[in-house]
Structures are given as structure tokens and as C-alpha cells.
Ligand binder design. Structure first.
Ligand code: FES
Length: 146
């Protein structure tokens, strides 16, 4: 195995131990480490960002077709809780109708993440608020085309 791959595996292992000891579930750590759904959709139908009181920022991009979220990606400039929450939220939102996506609440997101440290609740809340803001902005822009 190449040295770089071994170093990478080692650092992921160290990261896993630290996050696990701080109270993140295996599933939340996987969301954080895999970073699936991270990024930006080119020519997205909606791009919205939101900065939380802690100063961390999330930017969500959505592809919407006939009232359904066909694709979603998120960029997170923030803590592991923000990355895990953002990635989990996007995974929950994909394939949902706009109303259902807007109804994803803290309970649903926590069910998906299984467990995060108590002081990370606001990170999950920031992810939800970012999606809700994006959906509101999208509906406002498209109110006349429905
Ligand atoms: Fe700001 Fe997590 S500390 S979103």
C-alpha cells in the first residue's frame, strides 16, 4: 500500500476515535468522513447560503423538477457536526417533494444521524434552516410559474 494511502487511513482512524469519544455515532462519523453530497450543482435551480450565530456557513444547491428535489449538494464551512448534519440532511431531502423536504425537522435529522454531542444541536439546526431558506427562496421566485 502506498505511504499516502496508509497515512490517510491512519488519520481517518484517529479522526474516528476523536469523534466517537466526543459523542458522535458511527453513522454521523460516516457522513462526516465520506462527505457524500458535498459540493455544488452547476446550473442549480436554487442556491442559498446561511451563516449561523457561531459563524459557520452552509451553502445548499438544489435541482428541482415538478416540485421534487431531484438532486442536492451542500458546501459546509464549519465544524464536523455541521458537515455531518449537512450531508445527512441533503441525503434525506433528495427525492422528496418540496413540502416534505421543508418539514424535515430536528427529530428526523437526529434519527438519521443517530447521535451527536449535545452542544452540536445548533449545527443540525443550521442545516435545517439553510434548506428551509432555500425552499422559501425557490417558492418565492417560482410562485407565478406554478
Ligand atoms: Fe457552528 Fe457547528 S459549530 S455549525
Amino acid at each position: 500500500m502506498a505511504q499516502e494511502q496508509m497515512d490517510n487511513r491512519q488519520s481517518k482512524g484517529d479522526e474516528y476515535c476523536m469523534l466517537s469519544q466526543s459523542g458522535y455515532s458511527d453513522k454521523a462519523i460516516k457522513y462526516f468522513q465520506d462527505r457524500e453530497n458535498m459540493g455544488v450543482i452547476e446550473n442549480a435551480d436554487q442556491v442559498t447560503d446561511l451563516t449561523g450565530p457561531c459563524g459557520d456557513t452552509m451553502k445548499i444547491s438544489l435541482n428541482i423538477d415538478e416540485g421534487t428535489i431531484k438532486d442536492a449538494r451542500i458546501q459546509v464551512f464549519g465544524c464536523p457536526g455541521a458537515v455531518a448534519s449537512g450531508c445527512a440532511l441533503v441525503s434525506l431531502a433528495k427525492g422528496k417533494g418540496l413540502e416534505d423536504a421543508g418539514n424535515i425537522d430536528l427529530d428526523a435529522l437526529y434519527k438519521e444521524l443517530e447521535k451527536m454531542p449535545d452542544q452540536k444541536v445548533h449545527c443540525a439546526r443550521l442545516a435545517i434552516k439553510t434548506l428551509q431558506k432555500a425552499l422559501k427562496e425557490y417558492s418565492r421566485k417560482n410562485i407565478n410559474s406554478w
